[in-house]
Design a protein around this ligand. Structure first.
Ligand code: PGA
Length: 252
């Protein structure tokens, strides 16, 4: 059952050249040797690398994803933009949508919803990022924020099979700070409660990942929050040894 898989999603952000394929190759050879096959490893690389990398990792145990897309399904006069149809055509299976770095650049919950609907139409699997900022956490409105992000972001999404939730507290991204075990568990339970409200029984099919400063040093602690299905890893995924270490240590 896919239910038992642990996800390791690498979010390369604005990083990577053609020569960076060697990072992925190192991870592929680790995965081949590893006894634990119960994992899904996904590299979300810049658009520029999708096409060539997808040919090179075709028969391997890793998949590729993009990090964003335009919300329209058709072509249009949107200089510099790439839509989900083009991403799929370039060889991606996944796409990250709703990352806080793009929310800061203007993606609101409605645009995010359009991006999700368009990506589903093009048979991409969605890694849907949600999370509160530090100010929202201090104001104690995390519940309200996560509820809005989920209800609006997933509006008209009835089939949850291709949706993966990534809980990324914004204050944790790139800061080296992670939530305490108790806080993380509470927020994951809160997300489950919101998903249950929206999807009733179907909610249990949804995988929930954690993202924000995941590294080989804190992975064991994070892993104690038994209800997590995997990790979205930014900075540490750009260094193969660190990324492999994260995978390794999450099985110890
Ligand atoms: P980080 O980034 O691991 O560098 O904190 C995570 C992310 O932005 O997805």
């Amino acid at each position: 059952m896919t239910n038992n898989y642990t996800y390791f999603v690498a979010n390369w952000k604005m990083f990577g050249l053609n020569s960076s394929l060697k990072i992925i190759k190192k991870v592929i050879s680790y995965l081949k040797k590893s006894k634990n096959k119960k994992n899904k490893v996904i590299f979300c690389v810049p658009y520029t690398l999708l096409n060539s990398f997808s040919k090179k990792v075709k028969s391997s145990n890793v998949s590729l994803g993009a990090q964003n897309c335009h919300h329209l399904n058709d072509y249009g006069a949107y200089t510099g933009s790439v839509n989900s149809k083009m991403i799929k055509d370039a060889g991606a299976k996944y796409v990250i949508i709703g990352h806080s770095e793009n929310r800061f650049n203007g993606d609101d919950d409605n645009i995010i919803n359009k991006k999700i609907l368009s990506s589903l139409k093009n048979n991409l699997k969605i890694i849907f990022c949600i999370g509160e900022t530090l100010i929202q956490k201090r104001k104690k409105i995390t519940n309200k924020i996560l509820t809005k992000q989920i209800f609006t972001g997933l509006k008209n999404v009835n089939n949850v099979n291709n949706i993966i939730i990534a809980y990324e507290p914004v204050w944790s991204i790139g800061t080296g700070i992670i939530p305490s075990q108790k806080e993380l568990l509470n927020n994951i339970l809160l997300i489950k409660k919101i998903l249950k409200k929206k999807y009733s029984k179907k909610y249990s099919k949804l995988k929930i990942l954690y993202g924000g400063s995941v590294n080989p040093k804190n992975i064991k602690n994070l892993n104690k929050s038994y209800s997590i299905n995997g990790y979205l890893v930014g900075g540490a995924s750009q260094l193969p040894n660190k990324f492999i270490d994260i995978i390794k240590k999450s099985y110890m």
